[in-house]
Write a protein that binds this ligand. Structure first.
Ligand code: AMP
Ligand code: MG
Length: 473
């Protein structure tokens, strides 16, 4: 069986200073963990060929498939608010692009593929834990209908990776509509490389926002997508964990799953990331941080918005200030649907916030409470169920006849709970991939829970609870 990847590469045609061309570093002993059949089909790839020795070798970085143009992209970024002028793919290599079944250009990237000129002190590798976490969570996000990068495959390297001790190495094949970040624009802006910003702007417009027309149109379009994306995260209790500008995709996909997590008990101030000491990227802070990130993008492309700086600032500010309205409208739509409401408006905000407030005070589980609205089990999630009953009176008066079907379609029964992700990783490290596969299977249809997967909807027992997640390094 021969592997044929119909590459159609465009990023490599940008000026040389956008990337460094280099091949992945081969690994000792490539091994297959998983190939995503449905995504492979969507990309026009033969999953069996990806599973063949030739495919496994390519996906572990040991052979460069024909037509690939492997390169590491350069970018910069604000990390936890602090400026870092030089980042880039430090452990990822873009193999190239393919046009998918819907005519959309998608990047194929190997994450954990060895050092690059942007690795700084890193080893360019990933261990099994973050690779499986990104696989599980990104695919779950997709099944929930939320824009995200995808996971095409996971391979083991047969090499240890040294973190806190030796851990098994792995490589993830990530698929994205592109890997262009706010930080990509910032990199060139910081160097006052106007020519590069122009080339990048043209490229992003042509690739992602053909209707945008110009730099201002692009900014408005990115802001709208980002606002809708973050509102959708909020609707599933997702905390990204590292919303740095280098982890913010201009295509509006969720990208760079590091210390991310879905909440169990609802609390707006919840933080999981072990490195987020001050709660900068707490659940409820996410919209505000996204606005900040969008302001950084606006700053980077300012000279293209208008030749007159004051006019440019005025127009960019206006665009950034539109974020809260777009966010709020989407948020109401998302949470309105979760309550089974049909035509939502700003008047529904008190009802939605009434429930969230009670949930926070009572330590109610986010996913189970919303799902429980459809089958009368929500009240049991409250330490004092009367708190739920008091809120539910107003809800019952407001909801339409078909509320139940609406709510069932908007509230997943199963999300990648942290303790289950951790258990899948621990088992895999010990050589057992069954929990990883079971979890993926359940998460592929999050709105239906089969009897065999019932345990995946339970909250963690106190001893199973995960309070911190660690960066994907
Ligand atoms: P992240 O926090 O995962 O978004 O990573 C921030 C930056 O550090 C990115 O430019 C990564 O490519 C780089 N990086 C993270 N881990 C490694 C590693 N093990 N080796 C080299 N570079 C890394
Ligand atoms: Mg990153």
């Amino acid at each position: 069986m021969t592997l044929h990847v119909p590459f159609d590469n465009s990023y490599g045609r940008l000026p040389d200073r956008f990337f460094s061309r280099l091949a992945p570093t081969p690994v000792a002993k490539p091994g297959l963990i998983e190939v995503n059949d449905r995504l492979a089909a969507e990309l026009g790839l033969d999953a069996e060929a990806l599973r063949s020795p030739e495919g496994v070798s390519a996906l572990a970085g040991n052979a460069v498939p024909e037509g690939a143009d492997p390169l590491a992209q350069v970018y910069a970024g604000h990390q936890f608010g602090g400026w870092n002028p030089q980042l880039g793919d430090g452990r990822a290599i873009l193999l190239g692009e393919v046009i998918d079944a819907n005519g959309i250009r998608r990047d194929l990237q190997l994450k954990g593929a060895g050092p690059t000129p942007y690795s700084r002190r890193g080893d360019g590798r990933a261990w099994l834990g973050p690779v499986l976490r990104e696989y599980i969570v990104s695919e779950a996000m997709h099944a929930l209908g939320i824009p995200t990068t995808r996971a095409l495959a996971a391979m083991t390297t047969g090499e240890p990776v040294i973190r806190n001790g030796a851990l098994p190495g792995a490589v993830l094949t990530r698929v994205a509509t592109s890997h262009i970040r706010v930080g990509t624009f910032q990199y060139f802006a910081a160097r006052q490389d106007l020519e590069a910003i122009e080339a990048l702007t043209d490229y992003v417009i042509a690739r992602h926002y053909p209707e945008a027309g110009d730099a201002l149109g692009l900014l408005e379009a990115v802001i709208a997508r980002q606002a809708r994306l973050v509102a959708r995260w909020m609707g599933v209790g997702f905390i990204h964990g590292v919303m740095n500008t280098d982890n913010s995709s201009v295509a509006g996909e969720t990208i760079d799953y590091g210390p991310c997590a879905f909440m169990d008990a609802y609390h707006p101030g919840k933080v999981f990331s072990s490195i987020d000491q001050y709660g900068r990227y707490a659940y409820a802070k996410q919209p505000e941080i996204a606005v900040w990130n969008m302001a950084q993008l606006a700053t980077a492309i300012l000279p293209l918005i208008d030749p007159d700086q004051n006019t440019a600032v005025e127009k960019a500010t206006e665009a950034v200030h539109r974020f809260p309205d777009i966010y709020q409208d989407t948020w109401i739509e998302v949470f309105g649907a979760k309550l089974g409401l049909a035509d939502t408006s700003r008047d529904d905000v008190p009802l939605i916030e009434g429930l969230l407030g009670a949930m926070a005070r009572q330590g109610a589980d986010f996913t189970r409470t919303f799902r429980g609205l459809t089958d009368d089990t929500a009240r049991a999630e409250f330490a004092e169920p009367q708190a739920f009953d008091a809120w539910a009176e107003g809800w019952q008066a407001r909801r339409p006849d078909d509320w139940q079907a609406r709510a069932a379609a908007a509230n997943p029964a199963v999300i990648p709970r942290n303790h289950r992700v951790e258990q899948a990783i621990s088992a895999a490290v010990a050589g057992d991939y069954a929990p990883f596969r079971t979890l993926n299977a359940a998460l592929s249809t999050p709105f239906e829970l089969s009897a065999g997967h019932a345990h995946l909807a339970f909250v963690p027992a106190p001893e199973e609870e995960v309070r911190q997640t660690f960066c994907g390094t």
